[in-house]
Write a protein that binds this ligand. Sequence first.
Ligand SMILES: [Zn+2]
Length: 380
Amino acid sequence: MRKLIALLTGFVVIAVGANASDPPKGGAPTVETAVKPASSAHASAGSAHGASAASAASGPKLPYEATLPIPGGSARAKSSAKSEESEKAKDDKPRGLDVKKVDETEADLTAKIAQRLAILRANQAARAAAAEKARKAAAAKEAAAVAEKAKQPPPKIEHWTYEGETGPANWGKINTDWAKCSAGNRQSPIDIRDGMKVDLEQIVFDYRPTSFSVIDNGHTVQVTLAGGNYLTVGNRMYELLQFHFHRPSEERINGKGFEMVVHMVHRDAEGKLAVLAVLLERGNASPIIQTVWNNLPLEKNMEVSPAVLIDPTQFLPQRREYFTYMGSLTTPPCTEGVLWLVMKQPMSAAPAQMALFSRLYPLNARPIQPNAGRVIKESN
Ligand SMILES: [Zn+2]
């Protein structure tokens, strides 16, 4: 009889497993707590089956059962004893004729099938929940990665030009350090007009022949000076660091541009900048420009340090009247807070000297920037 039960059980379970959408893998079920008691199946089998009730007690435990103390030993121990008794009694009877026993077996099988189905469903639900959890975790991870990427600043481009994609209109966009180039409201150059004519103090120059180096930095020809050249204005003393050229002139005077300009960049002890601009027009040759051109490097970014000295005084016009306003560097990063001093009287350079520069830089001037209500003062 036991063999028959085992055989039938196996057959039915296999049949159920084959029909289930999620067949059991391996042996032991993974979700025990989800198993429902087989009591309903037993109840439907009828109260006449006393042995069936005993069998129900030997079925799977309800979770709350574990918390209820049972006097006189565990329910499982009792029921297994009863089962043995009933089994023994059954064995005494003739085999194959016990209808009651067959009903009992059917009920048992029904219970086991229900139990196995419950386990399968529970496992399936657990797997679906795990898959959903994994999907949510992956989505969260992806969202975090996107947010992180959005937080990172765009790649910084150090290259800028006077035309095209990396030209003045885009300087502020291509590098976050250059934001002032587009967002600033104290930018240079400007069209100098409607200046307030006042008794501007004289700029005091203390320039002398100095050793220097020349570099073509890809934007202009620049001369870097050894120390010792000073300009004093507004009770501040600024030291001349370097001068460089633009073609055409960046600044305009009442709308008028000039062929070239030299910018002489000074800095005081606090790091504040003052740029002296001297406009250049066609005329006599400039001795200081000739000294620079004589020492032009053969390659870009190759520095030439000649043995001769250069005298920045040679850039200063005879008349020292000037315009002044607060502006910025005219190249990236377009730093503001720069004191501009624009000499009213232009200096001259020979057409050949200008032609030489234009072969290197036919255009290296930033467009005019909005005045934005700034005060411009000029010498009477
Ligand atoms: Zn400049």
